[in-house]
Design a protein. Structure first.
Length: 283
């Protein structure tokens, strides 16, 4: 779980390096997804899944790939060019809170006072980032932080979609690879328009960052399914805390990022909201 949190937390800083070197956001995401799909589908084939078994699930692959990977990861790549990587990682923690809010609105989950309180703390944390002028290093970052809220929103939307539409009886690793292929298909028109970037041979720090993320991103998918298998979803939900802490750490390590008291207070509020939502889920 710590390894998975470290990988998820690193993607914000690595994307920031890539964007600073001029790599287009869609090109960044499509390369990572394309490389990730190869070992995942290879492992699925080794486990006995044939390509023909996956063709009937093309619609699922595109919708899941778009909402869970293509759209949020591309938005994240755009946003980290304008805001601290640690702040982007922190807002990502709102995903479970937004997921419960959506599930409650769609009558997929029941009312629970602790979880509703968790939504309130998540809202407080968001307002602490967006409200005070001294919260961010530059008030001009506020629109970009607001745009960043779409990242956990789409993650939450994908959680709801996967819960309702996940094909029964299909290997989880195969679905993970299929989702990466769906993300590639979704982004391909935009990436062709922006120009697809191939970081071989690597020419600058952005290329090395892209290769590093592509090399490890698929591992997080394997770890995700393994943690879920061994310990269940409640234990897994703690990854949100770990990935955020790592996201802030990598931002400090690579860019020397420091944060205002408002940001730390926001982090405490968002963590409280996440804790309330997951604690209620445990009961």
């Amino acid at each position: 779980m710590f390894a998975m949190g470290a990988i998820w937390g690193a993607q914000f800083s690595l994307a920031k390096i890539g964007m600073q070197e001029g790599i287009a956001p869609a090109s960044w995401t499509i390369f990572v997804c394309g490389v990730s799909a190869i070992p995942l589908l290879a492992i699925a084939r080794w486990r006995g899944v044939r390509a023909g078994d996956l063709f009937p699930h093309t619609r699922y692959a595109i919708l899941a790939g778009a909402t869970a990977v293509a759209i949020p990861n591309t938005i994240m790549a755009v946003v980290v060019s304008h805001v601290p990587a640690g702040v982007a990682a922190m807002l990502n923690t709102l995903s479970p809170v937004m997921t419960y809010a959506m599930a409650l609105g769609l009558a997929m989950d029941r009312f629970h006072s602790l979880r509703v309180a968790g939504i309130g703390f998540g809202l407080i944390g968001t307002l602490l980032i967006l409200g005070p002028r001294a919260s961010l290093p530059d008030p001009a970052m506020i629109p970009w932080v607001a745009l960043n809220l779409l990242v956990p929103f789409f993650y939450a939307l994908s959680n709801i979609y996967v819960a309702r539409a996940r094909p029964a009886g299909v290997d989880s690793i195969a679905l993970a690879g299929l989702m990466q292929v769906g993300a590639v298909a979704t982004l391909l028109p935009l990436a062709l328009w922006q120009g697809i970037h191939i970081p071989l041979p690597p020419a600058h720090a952005g290329d090395w960052a892209l290769l590093a993320l592509a090399a490890i991103y698929w591992i997080s998918s394997l770890l995700f399914f393994e943690v879920m298998r061994l310990a269940g979803p409640v234990f897994f939900s703690q990854t949100g805390f770990i990935s955020t802490v790592f996201g802030v750490f990598w931002g400090w390590l690579f860019f020397g990022e420091t944060h205002s008291l408002y940001i730390w207070a926001a982090m405490a509020a968002i963590f409280t909201g996440l804790a309330l939502v997951t604690r209620a889920g445990r009961s």
